[in-house]
Design a protein around this ligand. Sequence first.
Ligand code: ZN
Length: 63
Amino acid sequence: MLYLLNPRKRISKAHLWTGSDTFCTMFNTGGMRKEKQQLFDTPLGKKICLMCSNVKKRMGNYE
Ligand SMILES: [Zn+2]
């Protein structure tokens, strides 16, 4: 699982990355500043975006 987050912003959420967008689709709908976001394979201790984790849960056991 890849996490999309802004490592420079202390209070920010880690979004779950589907491969082309975040699970909450905020990346492609313009809800975040793309140039500040980077992909990591750990959430760097940040909280996971609630919308992302809800969408992932709805998709079942997809990992
Ligand atoms: Zn999200």
